[in-house]
Ligand binder design. Structure first.
Ligand code: DAH
Length: 350
């Protein structure tokens, strides 16, 4: 008799242990089969009752029934619990969720933010303009004449080919009330200098503005060139502005952004929309060479005239720097292609 009682106790303890480890409806079903099913541990005890002495039967029978009922109601209770926290798909809604993968701002956009903030502290506001431009803003108003090689169809992404004459691509003749020209073909802008014009069309001096933006050129890709990249343009127009303002602002920017000891140099250059013009290089310690940030200069009188600002009264300076170049120098990135490859091992570092 005591043997069977002991067995009943063992089954009861084992069942209680198993039940406490049940985490899902699937676990619970396994539990039911193991203990309460037709071939379960409780049923297996029933035949043994027949072998017990007659006088012990009622007590042991009662014990067995009691355990069976207790397990059944514990099972029902757990089942109700699990069903209330599990949706129709069988998902436990109380389980901790997967942490969503958080992205971050692309390093180039972080650099744009830093530049806009830095120039903001130097009194510059921000402007923007369209990436699809007309020839007036990309060339004509910037003193780049029809004959200039920069307007070659092979050096630009024209979106709307000019009327073909004699089977050759030719630009439309343009006329405009003020400058003798009007917008003709559309193209992806090759420089953010276009926005200088757009700003001056809307706003009269004093002007002190930076313009971050994307530009497009059919260049062959290499470590320092992409066919799409970003520029930061600056434009200052006021009375009595001189080259001293230009140089001192750029030097101040270079020292503030890259560090006080950063070497910077100005090389005489040519741009149709500035006179005089210069290119700005910054020493790239990692590569032991100068890296060209871009061009700058005193705004050409023809540019001011194109937007009806009197060059006798006002003068100004401008620059256009490559933002990828700036980011590469700042964060020791040695290949421009990394910015567009979308490799998160690279992007995650910033
Ligand atoms: N737009 C020129 C380029 O993309 C760079 C440049 C040169 C911008 C001189 C300027 C400037 O504002 O004054 O090559």
């Amino acid at each position: 008799m005591s043997d069977l009682l002991e067995q009943i106790e063992e089954v009861s303890t084992a069942a209680a242990n198993d039940l406490s480890a049940v985490k899902s409806l699937a676990d619970l079903e396994a539990f039911r089969i193991k203990f309460l099913g037709a071939k379960g541990a409780v049923k297996a005890l029933m035949p043994l009752l027949g072998k017990v002495a007659k006088e012990d039967k009622p007590a042991i029978g009662q014990k067995l029934n009691g355990v069976s009922q207790a397990l059944t109601s514990a099972y029902e209770l757990r089942k109700a619990e699990l069903e209330s926290t599990t949706d129709v798909m069988g998902i436990d809604v109380t389980e901790p969720g997967d942490r969503p993968a958080l992205g971050r701002r692309h390093i180039l956009m972080q650099v744009v933010d830093e530049l806009v903030e830095l120039f903001g502290r130097m009194g510059f506001s921000t402007a923007a303009g369209p990436e699809v431009e007309d020839e007036f803003h990309n060339f004509v108003a910037l003193n780049i004449p029809q004959s200039h090689p920069a307007r070659d169809p092979l050096d630009n992404y024209y979106l709307q080919p000019a009327k073909a004459e004699d089977g050759r691509m030719k630009e439309q003749r343009s006329t405009d009330s003020s400058s003798g020209v009007r917008p003709s073909s559309l193209l992806l802008r090759t420089q953010t200098s276009t926005v200088q014009i757009r700003v001056m069309e809307k706003q009269k001096p004093p002007i002190r503005v930076v313009i971050p933006g994307r530009v497009y050129r059919p260049d062959t890709h290499d470590d320092t060139h992409l066919s799409m990249f970003h520029q930061l343009e600056a434009l200052v127009i006021d009375k009595g502005v001189t080259m001293v303002d230009l140089k001192s602002t750029i030097i101040q920017f270079v020292h503030a952004y890259f560090g006080e000891d950063t070497k910077v140099r100005f090389r005489p250059s040519f741009f149709p929309f500035t006179e005089p013009s210069a290119e700005v290089d910054v020493w790239f310690e990692d590569k032991q060479k100068w890296i060209e940030l871009g061009g700058c200069g005193m705004v050409h009188p023809n540019v001011l005239s194109a937007v009806n600002i009197d060059p006798e009264e006002y003068s100004g300076w401008a620059f256009g720097f490559g933002i990828e170049r700036i980011a590469m120098r700042k964060y020791s990135i040695n290949n421009i292609r990394l910015f567009v490859e979308n490799d998160i091992r690279f992007l995650r570092q910033f």
